[in-house]
Design a protein around this ligand. Sequence first.
Ligand SMILES: *[C@@H]1O[C@H](CO)[C@@H](O)[C@H](O)[C@H]1NC(C)=O
Ligand SMILES: *[C@@H]1O[C@H](CO)[C@@H](O)[C@H](O)[C@H]1NC(C)=O
Ligand SMILES: *[C@@H]1O[C@H](CO)[C@@H](O)[C@H](O)[C@H]1NC(C)=O
Ligand SMILES: *[C@@H]1O[C@H](CO)[C@@H](O)[C@H](O)[C@H]1NC(C)=O
Ligand SMILES: *[C@@H]1O[C@H](CO)[C@@H](O)[C@H](O)[C@H]1NC(C)=O
Ligand SMILES: *[C@@H]1O[C@H](CO)[C@@H](O)[C@H](O)[C@H]1NC(C)=O
Ligand SMILES: *[C@@H]1O[C@H](CO)[C@@H](O)[C@H](O)[C@H]1NC(C)=O
Ligand SMILES: *[C@@H]1O[C@H](CO)[C@@H](O)[C@H](O)[C@H]1NC(C)=O
Length: 570
Amino acid sequence: MWPHTASLVLLFALFGNVASASSACRNIPGSPGYPSLMQWNAFNSTISGRLVPVVPSAKYCESLPRSACTDEQWTSALFRGTIPGAMDQVNWEQGYDLKPPSLCLRNGTSTCGQGDVPIYSVEAETVEDIKYVVKFASNHNLRLVVKASGHDLLGRSTAPNSLLVRTSKFQNLSFTDAFFVGDENMGSAVTVGSGVYANTLYEQAKTHGKIVVAGAAATIVTAGGYIQGGGHSALSPLLGLAADNALEFQIVVANGELLQVNGISHPDLFYALRGGGAGSWGVIVSATIKTFPTFNATQITTLLTATNNSVAGELATLHARHIFDWDSVHASQYVSFAKDPTVAGSAIVFGMATFVPDTTTSQSEALMEPFLNASLALPGVSLLEQQSFQNTVINDILFQTDDSVATNAVLGSRLIPASTYSESPEKVGEVYKKLLDCGTAFVVGVFVAGGKVAENANISSAIHPAWRTAKSHVFVSKGWNDSASVAEIRSIRNQFQTTQLPILKVLAGPNAGAYSNEADVLEPDFQHTFFGPNYAKLSAIKWRYDPHDLFIVGSGVGSERWDEWGICRV
Ligand SMILES: *[C@@H]1O[C@H](CO)[C@@H](O)[C@H](O)[C@H]1NC(C)=O
Ligand SMILES: *[C@@H]1O[C@H](CO)[C@@H](O)[C@H](O)[C@H]1NC(C)=O
Ligand SMILES: *[C@@H]1O[C@H](CO)[C@@H](O)[C@H](O)[C@H]1NC(C)=O
Ligand SMILES: *[C@@H]1O[C@H](CO)[C@@H](O)[C@H](O)[C@H]1NC(C)=O
Ligand SMILES: *[C@@H]1O[C@H](CO)[C@@H](O)[C@H](O)[C@H]1NC(C)=O
Ligand SMILES: *[C@@H]1O[C@H](CO)[C@@H](O)[C@H](O)[C@H]1NC(C)=O
Ligand SMILES: *[C@@H]1O[C@H](CO)[C@@H](O)[C@H](O)[C@H]1NC(C)=O
Ligand SMILES: *[C@@H]1O[C@H](CO)[C@@H](O)[C@H](O)[C@H]1NC(C)=O
């Protein structure tokens, strides 16, 4: 009997190990395995005292000298970036789905719950700090969350009962004329720390006579989530997606090692870091991306009104018919149809920002004229303001000082194939009208595909192939204010799936994809919608680099194994 007992003990011991590595739930306060205060303190000293308690942004404001943030502070992405717990869209801080719901609202009642905000943050300053936090979270089976900025439209950089690691202090920025991968000279490039905002990057690149493919908002961090999502840019029709231009990453992976990842070293992870989803692979320290000689461009701003939804639909069809007018110059466009409460009646405001590389003001005016004239000939369409033109170096055109944020909002999106615009432009108008009719506040078409994005189809990356045949990425957004009830908010959060997607599907066609950084986190088939045919390969890479699912985000690779908070396996 002894040998049998011994093997049972051995089996038990083995099982115990397996259980602690992949047990059903992560440790949260109150779990037997949750670190004691002493363990937190010891951890804090290994990271030079960089462990801070995290609170929701509304509570943070109450702790300020005048017990409040000004409206300017509250809505500033730069200011919010200084608050570890703050998200740009405040709704991600709220625990609507916790039982009971846990909220912390600005000017709210005296109660303030922790909601979906982490408990502690490591305000990392060195790679060693990151290695320590990854090992600590892994050893103690904690929910680890990674954040570089609060610019996160899917709430992937926050989670209840979690430990946050912030890379905002990773501000290194260095330019080179010759970046080598192995012994291949990849040309001029910049290595950008994962805390560097797009506006800083545009500004610094300008002083070097360079431009890079980066985001449209001031506080998008290029190295982190932006590139892992693919990274669309006003420069994409000319220069490709940001992920197409990435040459190398420095990343701390789940076993606590710092890896240098490029086409030669860890090519599988390099593939995943380019389009395989934000937050799923490790903690990004920096990315090296190609730089290009800078150039002048023109930004044209066009503002029209349409008297009602039918007219807005006709305008959308007209725009679809003209969408190839600007291909020869590799222009990009951001086009929104919005119900504007400051404009009387049921009018819809049409806003269009066009970015035209290497053109003068008069050349770009001529390029816009056919569409503008035809628009103004539509009954019910009029100019809200004279078209305006800004012609200068592209870095200054793309530079934004700050982003105005702090609303409650969720998005849903689809990539729309170029063939939809060429073959059935009238469908665009029909769909837009229906979306507006069902109460959608914004329909935004981001025309950043085609051109170089299509030409880059043969690059080995996890970019959803739908990007390569798309003309636009269209998203709808719905917001609410703090007086909305939890039940109302739940219905708004589900509205993309219940109401808007069935309408938008008509434009996206079969095997439709969506841009995973600007999308609905509740996509039921996110594997196909965000990653298409790449999901199986991405899953295999995930097993190799993160076998115990330390890095889990909503609708990210591997998240099908976890609940919505990434706390318990399902
Ligand atoms: C970590 O240590 C620093 C410096 O000693 C201290 O200011 C901070 O409050 C500690 N953090 C926590 C969560 O105790
Ligand atoms: C909330 O409070 C701030 C500061 O106390 C104030 O400036 C702001 O107007 C208030 N906002 C609302 C919507 O009441
Ligand atoms: C920033 O650059 C300096 C100098 O090259 C280097 O010592 C440091 O490790 C870098 N920091 C990070 C976080 O990469
Ligand atoms: C657009 O309209 C203006 C003013 O009516 C006219 O001068 C111009 O020739 C028109 N352009 C085109 C391309 O039709
Ligand atoms: C929308 O506006 C157009 C142009 O002003 C008008 O002809 C049409 O009757 C309006 N449609 C509706 C449904 O109000
Ligand atoms: C680019 O724009 C700047 C600022 O407007 C101007 O000074 C410069 O001459 C322009 N360069 C070219 C090549 O047009
Ligand atoms: C992709 O195709 C283009 C031509 O369309 C070619 O110049 C480029 O070298 C190819 N790249 C790869 C990685 O195969
Ligand atoms: C907030 O939203 C509700 C509808 O959910 C609306 O009735 C109310 O007027 C809004 N309040 C403000 C201040 O916008």
